[in-house]
Design a protein around this ligand. Structure first.
Ligand SMILES: Nc1ncnc2c1ncn2[C@@H]1O[C@H](COP(=O)(O)OP(=O)(O)OP(=O)(O)O)[C@@H](O)[C@H]1O
Ligand SMILES: [Mg+2]
Length: 317
């Protein structure tokens, strides 16, 4: 792959990190075992993986919060170890397990972090107001942090992570433990940040659907290694687990179906012909047209949502 220099927000190579803990019996945990990851500017990339895979460790290294043992990490053109200071003004990170001083009110939390970045007076007030509006926190600005629901706490964390107007944003499980409707809104926020402000975003998640919906590319990480990397579509094709178009046909068997471009395989299950396709939206009309032309009667059609989960289960084997 040709690396388009300057276009990369992140260029991490062979990153290793081992944690040493415990006394008197020292324990070593190899959290990252040679991770390479590139992220283009303006992209949303998802790091997906099970508990303990190394997601938070990787994000923390990219965000200059931890130093790698080995490997090189360039972020926004700077080395994360040698030039961490210059970088920190240009990036930020939010955790899905946020923690702020319980007695501070929402607006006070944001103002506090704004001051850490040197904002004051009218500029600080404008920034705080802007973030409160952006993250729809208006009704809660005077509520103490400890009184907020999980979803609101997460939104405060997101607002806080935007206080320095970052070019690059790391979100560690931004929708952890949220109700489905609240996660939908948080995801919409994230998509908007990229669309309207061009922020490059790297997020971690356990939720396949979230990665599928939100991310241009996904990196699967497990045991400190990246096992696969690609667009959601590429990953599904890579292990041939595309979307399924299930058909009830008359006659029940149509041998040429599996030869149509984009159809990865066809199997018969309980009187249904299940065609795995790369993209159902594109292939469904083609399939239906071809069947119709051939005089096959279509009695029923179902399209099953792609499950990145299946891809993941496959990869994690
Ligand atoms: N500060 C630390 N000291 C010792 N071990 C650690 C430390 N931080 C992480 N680890 C270990 O490193 C490995 C990777 O942890 P990490 O938190 O990066 O995983 P994760 O993918 O974020 O998991 P989760 O989905 O549970 O958040 C785990 O085995 C973890 O126990
Ligand atoms: Mg984590």
């Amino acid at each position: 792959m040709v690396s388009s220099l300057g276009m990369l927000a992140i260029d991490a190579r062979d990153v290793e990190k081992t944690f040493r803990s415990g006394w008197p019996r020292r324990r070593e945990t190899q959290a990252l075992r040679g991770v390479s990851l590139t992220v283009e500017r303006g992209a949303i990339v998802g790091v997906l993986g099970p508990n303990g895979a190394g997601k938070t460790t990787l994000l923390s290294i990219l965000a200059t919060l931890l130093t790698p043992d080995r490997g090189t990490v360039m972020v926004l053109g700077h080395d994360v170890v040698r030039e961490a200071g210059a970088l920190r003004r240009r990036l930020n990170m939010a955790s899905g397990r946020p923690s702020f001083l319980w007695s501070l009110r929402v607006a006070e939390i944001l103002a506090f972090y704004g001051r850490l970045y040197g904002l004051s007076g009218a500029t600080l007030r404008r920034r705080v107001d802007g973030l409160i509006e952006l993250c729809e926190l208006g009704p809660y600005r005077r509520i103490p942090y400890s009184d907020l629901s999980t979803g609101l706490k997460q939104r405060v964390a997101l607002a806080k992570s935007l206080v320095n107007d970052p070019e690059l944003l790391f979100l560690d499980e931004p929708t952890l433990g949220l109700d489905p409707d609240v996660s939908v809104r948080v995801r919409a926020h994230i998509a908007r940040l990229r669309r309207e402000q061009g922020i490059t975003i790297v997020l971690t998640t356990h939720y396949m659907r979230e990665a599928d919906e939100l991310c241009d590319e996904i990196a699967f990480i497990k045991g400190g290694r990246i096992l696969a990397r690609g667009t959601p579509g590429e990953l599904k094709r890579q292990i041939r687990l595309g979307e399924v178009i299930a058909l009830r046909l008359d006659p029940a068997r149509v041998p040429w179906l599996s030869e149509i471009p984009g159809v990865l395989r066809c199997v018969e299950v309980d009187g249904w012909v299940e065609c795995t396709v790369d993209e159902a939206e594109k292939r469904l009309p083609e399939l239906l047209r071809a069947l119709h032309t051939d005089g096959v009667v279509i009695r029923n059609v179902q399209v099953r949502e792609p499950e990145l989960e299946e891809v993941f289960v496959e990869l994690a084997k």
